[in-house]
Write a protein that binds this ligand. Structure first.
Ligand code: SAM
Length: 225
């Protein structure tokens, strides 16, 4: 992984920027899971942002990735990841591959990541980055993830990285016993993060922080017409 790159005349020390991001944006705001913090120290976020935005890759904000979509703010990726309580043997589904950054973070924390994206150009681009970064335990699909991905269910964790009007019942069905679903739900312009844990055939829901995500479009999401 590159640690520095010439951008014009300024050489950026990405490793240092990443370390600062972990300390000031994640640890300082209550991200405590050591494995999660290590994953953020390892994955090169500047490889996942659009060309020309590398200098902002470790800033405290979401960034555009084209097609009206975004790579989420590092803290939001971290709190969602920590809420999932990822374990090394887990199989996790991500809905909304986007840039691929969240999937890459998960790939170093769990056994396998299944990630689904409705926009082909984003799926193709993130796939190229996964290959370049040597992340071989990520399986991709292009399609409507609002109904999950039944083929590989059940999942120990499901993470939805777009805002949904409701908790899709198919995602609950695809959770393993003890599994956790992390999903922003609310209106198309603002949501709260919900964490749903499966306990046999019942589901326990906790409410986490307010958030703003691009809409989940599809059968169980917002209308895509
Ligand atoms: N996890 C991403 C990352 O690390 O960059 C952030 C993704 S962005 C906030 C949300 C993504 O969800 C967009 O790429 C969007 O196209 C995708 N999306 C929206 N509705 C979807 C659906 N029904 N199925 C799959 N992907 C969807």
């Amino acid at each position: 992984m590159a640690t520095g790159r010439e951008t014009g005349r300024v050489k950026i020390d990405y490793q240092k920027a990443r370390h600062r991001m972990v300390e000031t944006q994640l640890k300082a705001r209550g991200i405590t899971d050591e494995r999660v913090l290590q994953a953020f120290g390892k994955i090169a976020r500047h490889e996942f942002v659009d060309p020309g935005l590398e200098a902002q890759a470790y800033s405290d904000r979401a960034l555009p990735i084209g097609h009206g979509q975004t790579i989420s703010q590092p803290y939001m990726v971290a709190i969602m990841t920590q809420s999932l309580k990822p374990q090394p043997q887990d199989r996790v589904l991500e809905v909304g591959t986007g840039s691929g950054y969240q999937g890459a973070i998960l790939s170093v924390l769990v056994r396998s990541v299944y990630t689904i994206e409705r926009l082909e150009p984003l799926a193709r681009r993130s796939g190229e980055i996964f290959t370049r970064e040597g992340l071989t335990n990520i399986v991709q699909q292009i399609g409507d993830g609002s109904i999950g991905w039944a083929l590989h269910a059940p999942y120990d964790g499901i993470i939805v990285t777009a805002g949904s009007p409701r908790v899709p019942p198919q995602l609950l069905d695809q959770l393993a016993d003890g599994g956790r679903l992390v999903i922003p739900t609310g209106s198309s312009s603002s949501q709260v993060l919900k964490i749903v844990t499966r306990e046999g055939n019942s589901f326990r829901t906790e409410t986490s922080i307010p958030c703003i995500f691009v809409p989940l479009l599809g059968k169980e999401g917002w209308n895509s017409d």
